[in-house]
Design a protein around this ligand. Structure first.
Ligand SMILES: Cc1cc2nc3c(=O)[nH]c(=O)nc-3n(C[C@H](O)[C@H](O)[C@H](O)COP(=O)(O)OP(=O)(O)OC[C@H]3O[C@@H](n4cnc5c(N)ncnc54)[C@H](O)[C@@H]3O)c2cc1C
Length: 514
């Protein structure tokens, strides 16, 4: 591609306006950089705001209301669910998403970020390995004839079918997409999470393939709304990569609420056929144990089949290779702890970097990369203290190491797992759901105080685990001594006290528990 001298120059050009890209843009603009943000979608916010965190939590807010009404009689309140007005629920979801995406656009404009609606790609470095600037090529986004440009709060202005920008630094924030079942593309009643969030109505019955956060959230949400939900999972519990007790407890709660959980399965094929609905063919059990591959064949039918088996980074475009951006075998962009890729002046943030694919991690990547580019010498993102959250009912959340991981890690000595019996907490008792709380503590050989136990990990199932985990993150991320953590006071009576009580117990001073 030829380079024209009248090409517009920016300090930072960011491709992708999800949490990783927009947080980079906001922080870079705050630091006085001239920033261009390129997004092919019609709205800002990427997966999280448009087809992930926000619309899913809007729907979950609605189905939590159903859960509350279902319990009302037990508490002496006469109420019942007459049904769901799907038009109103859709309007509510759309309103929440639009408010968030429009608010983000306004904030970007306020910070002086120039937004281009276009598909962006990075050109190979024209000045060789020691490149001092990079060129980003913009072409009209799918379904558009022009690249559109917005400065400040102005109406977007057409810029022609393509455009090139100069950048001192380029940040890749391309995000990820739902992974299809091998040899079974999404079609008809076999849907991904994006389609599932946009359904006009919840299905009468659904099979959910997968056991991770997205699968569990849909199972919990749809089940609360009266959908006949079957989960096909590979192992013996959901969230099988988490602390075992957490996964077992959440599986038990889902089953208790009516979700059919079929364990040790291996899905073979989904027939979407000519008729409505779909049939899932799967293997279960058998001598190989864990994934059922050598077991017996079964089928299950449902109106909708949601495959939620993971997400793949959006890194298969040829231009990445040509521009010198290296990826690992799974397609994740390889970079140093500050986000520098193998290509000069090219950085990566968010879901295209291997690790927990979560919005709050992407935010921190964005802030760190913007500061590193500006020469502020930030600390790398602490990938070990990224909290994980699942917004089921009850919720699950964790941060740091499991007991097993800490025991297997030679940096730690005298590792201990402390289990707090959740029903000793009055708010848990009132909630009507079961839960679990595990605190992992141990001595860190490479610390200044190698004989002082620290909080290494916290694993929770509770109605508000996603809030309680924020405190646990401070303890784990700041390597707080267990004895100091156990001195912190928790307001009474709260769900947060479960962590306080567990810390006291771990410190050898249990209060309301043995
Ligand atoms: C159903 C669901 C629920 C979720 N719930 C939560 C939750 O509750 N909490 C949480 O923390 N995380 C949640 N996540 C995960 C979260 O959405 C992602 O971790 C987060 O969006 C990643 O941010 P990102 O910026 O890396 O990528 P994305 O948000 O995927 O954004 C990437 C953007 O780049 C754009 N893009 C890609 N290539 C180009 C190109 N060449 N040119 C122009 N634009 C391009 C894409 O259009 C997209 O808008 C959820 C995900 C799903 C699917």
């Amino acid at each position: 591609m030829s380079e024209s001298s009248d090409m517009e120059a920016f300090d930072n050009v960011i491709i992708g306006a999800g949490p990783g890209g927009y947080s980079t843009a906001l922080r870079a603009a705050e630091l006085g950089r001239r920033v261009a943000l390129i997004e092919r979608d019609a709205t800002m916010g990427g997966t999280c705001l448009n087809r992930g965190c926000i619309p899913s939590k809007a729907l979950i807010t609605a189905t939590h209301t159903i859960d509350t009404v279902h319990r009302a009689a037990e508490l002496g309140v006469q109420a019942h669910v007459d049904g769901i007005d799907y038009g109103t629920l859709r309007d509510y979801r759309v309103h929440i998403v639009e408010t968030m995406t429009q608010g983000l656009s306004a904030l970007l404009a306020h910070r002086g970020v120039t937004v281009f609606r276009a598909s962006g790609s990075l050109e190979p470095a024209s000045d060789g390995a020691g490149a001092t600037t990079r060129t980003v090529r913009l072409v009209a986004a799918p379904g558009q004839t022009d690249v559109l440009r917005s400065d400040e709060a102005d109406e977007p202005k057409p810029q022609g079918a393509s455009l090139e920008l100069h950048a001192t630094d380029v940040v890749l924030a391309l995000g990820a997409s739902p992974r299809p079942l091998p040899g079974n593309p999404f079609a008809g009643a076999l849907i991904d999470s994006t389609k599932a969030l946009e359904l006009d109505e919840f299905p009468a019955s659904a099979v959910i393939i997968g056991a991770g956060a997205v699968a569990v959230e849909f199972a919990s949400m749809w089940n609360a709304a009266g959908v006949d939900v079957t989960m096909l999972i590979r192992r013996d519990r959901v969230l099988s990569h988490w602390d075992r007790r957490t996964g077992v407890t959440l599986t038990r709660e889902l089953v208790r609420q009516g979700v059919k959980v079929v364990r040790n399965t291996a899905v073979r094929h989904v027939d979407t056929g000519a008729n409505l609905g779909a049939t899932v063919h799967y293997m279960q059990g058998g001598p190989s144990g864990a994934n059922g591959a050598n077991g017996t064949e079964h089928t299950v039918e449902a109106e909708m089949v949601l495959a939620a088996i993971g997400r793949d980074p959006n890194t298969d475009a040829d231009w990445l290779e040509a521009a010198g951006v290296r990826r690992d075998a799974d397609g994740y962009v390889t970079c140093d702890p500050l986000g520098r890729t193998s290509a000069e002046h090219v950085w990566a943030v968010g879901d295209i970097v291997a690790g927990h694919a979560l919005a709050h991690r992407a935010f921190e990547h964005g802030i760190t990369v913007a500061e590193a580019i500006a020469g502020l010498n930030p600390k790398p993102v602490d990938e070990a203290s990224v909290p994980q959250v699942v917004f089921s009912h009850p919720e699950a959340a964790c941060v740091g190491l499991t007991g097993r991981e800490a025991i297997d890690d030679p940096r730690f000595n005298n590792v201990k797992e402390t289990i707090y019996p959740m029903m000793g907490n009055s708010r848990m008792l009132m909630s009507g759901v079961g839960g679990s709380m595990t605190v992992v503590s141990g001595e860190r050989a490479d610390s200044d105080h190698p004989d002082t136990p620290e909080v290494l990990g916290v694993h929770i199932v509770s109605p508000v685990a996603s809030d309680v985990i924020a405190e646990a993150e401070q303890l784990v991320g700041n390597h707080v001594a267990l004895s100091d953590a156990a001195r912190l006071i928790h307001p009474h009576p709260t769900f947060g006290e479960t962590l306080g009580e567990a810390l006291l117990k771990a410190d050898g001073r249990p209060l309301h528990t043995r």
